[in-house]
Design a protein around this ligand. Structure first.
Ligand code: NAG
Ligand code: NAG
Length: 332
């Protein structure tokens, strides 16, 4: 993700950790991540029943050892780039992996799970780790960290850490848009309200548990994801305006809620990593000649496509311009 706004938000969150001197240490002691495939670094590989796993090529081809890591990308994902930007030399391991132990816990932990979402029901439909369970794992992590680092050091790591929350796309694409009982019960505004309420509770709980720096991603332009264009685009090949409006509704509510959280907790630094704006610009821009198209992902095989595509977009995938490219399966 190369969004300037997102990077600015990141530095805003990290700024108070910077000293005047030479920058040898990472800007924050640890990065702790929650969410879906946009930030899953391999937890789903440890779930026997999870529907979505990234444990096969071409996933991981451009990553350190050129092999699948469980990341839903052929290279780095948002949390990796975040960690690089903050000056880390290693990445927090997936919490369910054997590597999440001992000194490795000092740089943070990653609880994210592909196909997870704000609404636990959505995650449960795909046997992903629900956000509620991710928080339970985080509590467990706190005691493990205290055992490794000592209580005082653990407290300072936990309050200095950057907490990343990146999820929610699945609540729309993997649930709401094809769930008649859900969309009868809630119109889009109320559904966004429900999801934002879950985020707000989650952020309050993190705060109570010691978090003081939280970054949350905005909803991406749902209508520009290739699977959305195929399913809801009515053959026009362009972004689906209705779905983008839904994302904007969500993002407005997210903005208000983040402002409210700031108001409630004076010592909480919280910012939105705006991924909507840069991805929307990218989708609206003409495809440039010679742009690196990266490694093609799997052919279209169902509901996991939107999440994977989201990842492709996050990795600066060129937008789909024609139905032909769509009919060739997933674009490159
Ligand atoms: C519809 O959504 C509800 C609430 O999220 C969920 O419990 C249910 O399983 C979903 N049904 C279908 C058919 O997807
Ligand atoms: C919310 O929106 C206002 C107006 O666009 C902006 O100034 C503010 O920074 C936004 N808040 C967050 C948390 O992004």
């Amino acid at each position: 993700m190369t969004s300037m706004a997102a990077l600015l938000a990141l530095f805003l969150l990290a700024a108070s950790a910077m000293s005047g001197g030479v920058q040898a240490q990472p800007l924050v002691p640890a990065v702790i991540s929650f969410g879906d495939s946009t930030v899953d670094v391999g937890n789903n590989n440890y779930l026997p029943r999870a529907v979505f796993k990234a444990n096969y090529a071409p996933y991981g081809q451009s990553f350190a050892r050129h092999e699948p890591t469980g990341r839903f990308s052929d290279g780095k994902i948002v949390t990796d780039i975040t960690a690089d930007t903050l000056g880390f030399e290693s990445y927090a391991p997936p919490y369910l992996s054997p590597q999440a132990s001992g000194k490795n816990l000092l740089v943070g932990a990653n609880f994210a799970s592909a196909a997870s979402s704000y609404h636990d029901d959505t995650a449960a439909m795909y046997d992903a780790i629900t956000l509620t369970q991710q928080l339970e794992y985080y509590k467990e992590y706190q005691s493990k960290l205290a055992a490794v680092a000592g209580r005082a050091a653990a407290r300072s790591i936990l309050s200095g850490a950057l907490y990343v929350v990146s999820t929610g796309t699945g609540d729309f694409l993997q649930n709401y848009y094809h769930n008649a009982s859900l969309s009868r019960r809630y119109d889009v505004a109320r559904y966004c309200g429900l999801l934002i309420g879950i985020f707000s509770d989650f952020a309050d709980k993190l705060y109570k548990l010691g978090a003081r720096r939280i970054g949350v991603t905005s909803m991406p332009p749902l209508g520009c994801l290739p699977a959305s264009i195929r399913l809801y685009g009515e053959g026009h090949g362009g972004c689906v305006a209705r779905l983008n409006r839904d994302a904007e509704t969500f993002n407005r509510k997210l903005n208000a809620t983040v402002e409210a959280l700031k108001g409630r907790h004076a010592d909480l630094k919280i910012a939105i990593f705006d991924i909507y704006t840069p991805l929307r610009k990218l989708a609206d821009a003409p495809v440039e000649q010679g742009e690196d198209e990266g490694v093609p992902l799997q052919p279209d095989d169902g509901w996991d496509v939107p999440e994977r595509q989201q990842l492709r977009l996050l990795r600066r995938c060129p937008p789909v311009r024609s139905r032909e490219r769509l009919h060739g399966g997933v674009h490159g």
